[in-house]
Design a protein around this ligand. Structure first.
Ligand code: BGC
Length: 260
């Protein structure tokens, strides 16, 4: 099986924490050149860059707000200057947003989730695809969520952004396929990251979470990273325009394991 990612030029947005950091590490381990985009916590981005270069690889740390078109153009320009293009984009940057019932939510706070998660994913995909269709190869891997199909009270902006990412990806996949470029989504379930730490660190929250996961454990960032590497590699050369769930069965409606 061909998982050869040696020297591939990879950008991971939000690559300095949680799932993004695990994905960046997994690509670096496979010998890829990895650009880590980040917005906050530059120390961690720098630490990862040093870790990858110290191990003999090539890496870049690139600060940018993915919802800002100019900032996104700038980081892609920097990657062009360093590596003369891009082979793999992993759109991972995102936020859950603040819990609020739909009728209580502040419109600006609601819109910020859409701006970062959906528009940010689009803006990065746009820059990547401009380059990939010309070189007639490349993969755009967008991070959606189990919440592209599962409703989540208090998080209407988040669920809308993830469902939007899914449909946008299918459309971009249709557009890019004739050029040999794949676009697809990876959908994590509950993964042990800083984003949902308040839930898995709390005994009651954790117990409730486990009732939602048939495989009986919370996911680790590496569970997602392994699949990201496979989906971006030629092992997945016939997969595009779809979502692969990495969720321990969370999207398999576990509440239907009895009754109904
Ligand atoms: C969210 C997590 C949540 C998980 C399962 C993810 O998309 O970011 O906070 O725990 O879905 O509900």
């Amino acid at each position: 099986m061909n998982i050869d990612l040696k020297n591939k030029r990879v950008l991971v947005t939000g690559g300095n924490s949680g799932i993004g950091a695990a994905i960046a590490k997994a690509f670096a381990t496979e010998g890829a050149r990895v650009a880590i985009n980040y917005l906050a916590n530059p120390e961690e981005a720098n630490r990862l860059v040093e870790e990858f270069t110290g191990a003999g690889g090539q890496a870049l740390g690139l600060m940018a707000d993915v919802s800002d078109p100019k900032a996104v153009e700038t980081i892609f320009g920097t990657i062009d200057d360093a590596w003369d293009g891009i082979d793999i984009l992993v759109n991972n940057a995102g936020i859950d947003g603040k819990y609020a019932l739909g009728w209580d939510a502040d419109a600006d706070v609601w819109g910020q989730v859409i701006d970062i998660n959906l528009k940010g994913t689009y803006l990065c995909a746009r820059e990547a695809l401009k380059r990939m269709v010309v070189q007639r190869s490349g993969v755009v891997l967008n991070t959606s969520s189990v919440h592209e199909v599962i409703a989540w009270t208090g998080y209407s902006a988040y669920t809308a952004s993830k469902a939007g990412i899914s449909m946008m990806s299918k459309t971009l996949a249709q557009e890019a396929a004739p050029y040999g470029v794949r676009v697809l989504c990876i959908a994590p379930g509950a993964i042990r990251t800083p984003m949902n730490q308040a839930v898995w660190e709390n005994a009651r929250g954790y117990k409730d979470l486990l009732t939602k996961i048939p495989l009986g454990r919370i996911g680790e960032p590496e569970d997602v990273a392994k699949m990201a590497v496979i989906l971006a590699s030629d092992a997945a050369c016939y997969i595009t325009g779809t979502t692969v769930f990495v969720d321990g069965g969370m999207s398999d409606y576990p509440s239907f394991s009895h009754g109904g």
